[in-house]
Design a protein around this ligand. Structure first.
Ligand code: 2RA
Length: 338
């Protein structure tokens, strides 16, 4: 069995990564259609030895495909994903457009694979935000054992989360500054090179940013637990690939660092690097970039709280944070439902 696939946003960071992961995992691709906005339509892209012309979404008939991956921004998903689903294909959407829709499953294969069963309600499955995915892959085994009641998290997010433009801005500013030239900011609100910005996406009424509120809302939906309290601060840092997170949890039952370490060592999709010595912890550059796993280290009891535990969680935000997770959802879909 092969499956005819469309990738919307094929020339973007996530689209390109999805193509390479589809090949890496020998996904049974039948016909492949690459779709992008008008500014990159017409590009030719090679996949498994064949060249494909990127076409414009306005001209595309989604009844030609069984699965359509969307990663071209929320506006494109809002406009075209329902139409694509009406044409009989299953949409796996990487944007935030439908994540809070009760009729749209929000899936992390290592955490709530059963939720894929709801795909046919709207014909859309949402991929969670990258910062939510890596956090919940790490927290799932602990939550299952001792129930997490509260999560405090500070994120350190790579500029690739803002796409190719984010990478370009960090590289450009760094080069300019190292040559004693002025560095201006276009994409980010302030200089990102040699700096950190406590602001990702827009501000909401309550003073949190949309990026932070994604982690609150998505955690409650994916864990199917409206009581779990989440208190995020999302920060942009001058790193190209790989989001890091300082996670501080409170659990209903106490759990020791040692038990947490054992749980995580056996957890699907997790690589443990937790040695109390030089280099005994994961970083975006040395471990996560280009890899599929979520890396966890710095596990220690919270010295300020009886039922508290701290962990450091790092993952490639473009792979597990978006492209890989979406393809793992598609694998569940074709193995169990289509
Ligand atoms: C970011 N998570 O890092 C958001 C969207 N990818 O910018």
């Amino acid at each position: 069995n092969t499956y005819d696939i469309a990738i919307v946003g094929a020339t973007g960071m996530v689209g390109e990564t999805m193509l390479s992961i589809l090949a890496e995992r020998n996904f049974p691709v039948g016909k492949l259609f690459l779709i992008a906005g008008e500014n990159t339509a017409g590009t030719r892209i090679e996949y498994e030895g064949t060249y494909y012309q990127v076409s414009r979404i306005e001209d595309f008939d989604f009844s030609q495909v069984q699965i359509a991956f969307f990663s071209a921004g929320s506006a494109v998903s809002e406009e075209y994903a329902p139409k694509a689903a009406m044409n009989g294909c299953v949409v796996i959407d990487n944007t935030s457009a439908f994540r809070n829709d009760p009729d749209v499953p929000l899936v992390i294969p290592e955490v709530n694979p059963h939720a894929v069963a709801e795909y046919s309600t709207r014909g859309i499955i949402s991929n969670p935000n990258c910062s939510t995915i890596q956090m919940l892959v790490a927290l799932k085994p602990i939550h299952d054992m001792v129930k997490i009641t509260r999560i405090n998290v500070a994120t350190y997010q790579a500029v690739s989360g803002a796409g190719k433009k984010g990478i370009k801005e960090l590289a450009g500013q760094t080069a300019k500054l190292l040559n004693g030239l002025e560095a201006k900011s276009d994409l980010f609100s302030k200089q990102i090179a040699f700096n950190v910005l406590p602001h990702i996406d827009e501000f909401e009424e309550n003073g949190y940013t949309k990026e932070e509120m994604k982690m609150v809302r998505e955690t409650q939906k994916i864990f199917e637990d409206d009581e779990i309290l989440v208190n995020p601060t999302a920060v942009r840092v001058p790193v190209f690939f790989g989001h890091s997170e300082a996670v501080h949890i409170e659990t209903r039952e106490p759990i020791s660092a040692q038990v947490a370490r054992e749980l995580l060592a056996a957890a699907p999709g997790v690589s443990l690097l937790d040695e109390r010595e030089n280099g005994g912890y994961p970083t975006p550059v040395s471990e996560a970039t280009g890899k599929d796993d979520v890396f966890v280290g710095r596990i220690r009891s919270d010295l300020s709280h009886a039922n508290g535990l701290n962990l450091w969680v790092v993952a490639d935000n473009v792979r597990k944070g978006a492209a890989l997770n979406a393809i793992q959802i598609a694998e569940i879909l074709i193995n169990d439902y289509l």
